[in-house]
Design a protein around this ligand. Structure first.
Ligand SMILES: C[S@@+](CC[C@H](N)C(=O)[O-])C[C@H]1O[C@@H](n2cnc3c(N)ncnc32)[C@H](O)[C@@H]1O
Length: 322
């Protein structure tokens, strides 16, 4: 197994304070990244394979159709992927890149060690010409701890992970990527688009209940991390589409009045029906995405969609080279 390099070492010491402070607010929430421990990453893979979760299937179809074109157009020799998950879709691009290059470098940055292991298992046997680097870290804080490169790079941010962030955070993240981009680098960004509400909500309420388990698992993660005593049985999974904000909001809803002990000896009281927000999944219009790109100094070069226009991959460059 390839060594995983931790690029967050000694950083984010205030994490615990921040995570718990979200729970103390009037509108309670938890950082989405805590959905992804070993169990969360396994469950996310299962969600991707459900009938309802159209996102993965659709993005994969687009990549099957356009990967060869993307690779010959960009002429990249190296990939750097943020939040790679299992890299199953990235494999399609890499196979094409390996046909067109004598050698390829692939770097994955993910917060979940399990995701990095899955990524390695997915890619290790595809070619001796492929070098894999695994980085454990937070793409919101640790991008500057990644090594630079002289190769032409393709930055990847797939799976509509951008949709987990509000405008300010999304722009901050996109700007950080843009700052790392050299003249011949490209950025491939995959985002979910606005569509029929029923199609969207069913993707976050699959019949097999994997999304429910995924959502509830965040309580185990923070129980372990901060020595709390949340009881999963006291919560329901609740995912709805907020049309005004064009986003799915995933909550844990308290099914009874309950108290949870916090490490600072404070008690967190939850009323029956009170909700904790665990994830937003934004659905983008072309206008919103153009605004985010403009504010992040990124320019659209090409875009690739499926027939139903459910999902779009944007190929971007930094505006500093125009
Ligand atoms: C929605 S999944 C997408 C996975 C994959 N890119 C795909 O398209 O299927 C989000 C991925 O980002 C990772 N992730 C979430 N928050 C992160 C953070 N703050 N820093 C680094 N990785 C993060 C998760 O572990 C997970 O693998």
């Amino acid at each position: 197994m390839q060594k995983i390099e931790n690029i967050s070492l000694g950083k984010n010491k205030s994490n615990s304070k921040t995570a718990l402070s979200y729970l103390k607010r009037k509108k309670k929430s938890l950082p989405t990244k805590y959905l992804y421990d070993e169990k969360g990453s396994n469950l996310f893979e299962k969600i991707c394979n459900t009938e309802e979760y159209y996102l993965t299937r659709t993005e994969q179809k687009i990549l099957n159709k356009y990967s060869a074109e993307i690779i010959s157009y960009t002429k990249v020799k190296e990939f750097l992927e943020l939040g790679s998950g299992s890299s199953k879709k990235t494999k399609i691009l890499l196979m094409n890149a390996l046909e067109q290059n004598a050698f390829m470098n692939y770097s994955s940055l993910d917060i979940s060690e399990k995701a990095l292991k899955m990524s390695f298992n997915e890619l290790e046997s595809i070619s001796k010409k492929l070098k894999i680097n695994l980085y454990k870290g937070d793409f919101l804080h640790d991008l500057n701890n990644l090594p630079s490169s002289k190769n032409n790079r393709l930055f990847l941010f797939l799976g509509s992970t951008l949709g987990n962030f509000d405008d300010d955070t999304a722009i901050k993240l996109l700007k950080e990527v843009e700052k790392k981009m050299n003249k011949n680098d490209f950025f491939l960004l995959g985002v979910d688009k606005i569509k029929d509400e029923k199609v969207i909500t069913s993707a976050y309420n699959d019949k097999q209940g994997y999304t429910k388990q995924f959502n509830l698992n965040i309580l185990n993660v923070i129980n372990k991390k901060y020595n709390l005593n949340f009881n999963q049985e006291n919560f329901n999974h609740h995912a709805l589409y907020n049309q005004t904000k064009s986003q799915v909001e995933m909550y844990l809803e308290s099914i009874r009045k309950q108290n949870v002990m916090l490490p600072d000896d404070n008690i967190l009281s939850l009323a029956e029906g009170e909700k904790i927000l665990t994830e937003i999944s934004r659905k983008f219009s072309d206008e919103t995405l153009s605004m985010l790109l403009k504010k992040s100094s990124l320019r659209k070069i090409k875009s690739y969609s499926d027939n139903k226009k459910y999902f779009t991959l944007y190929l971007l460059k930094s505006t500093k080279y125009f």
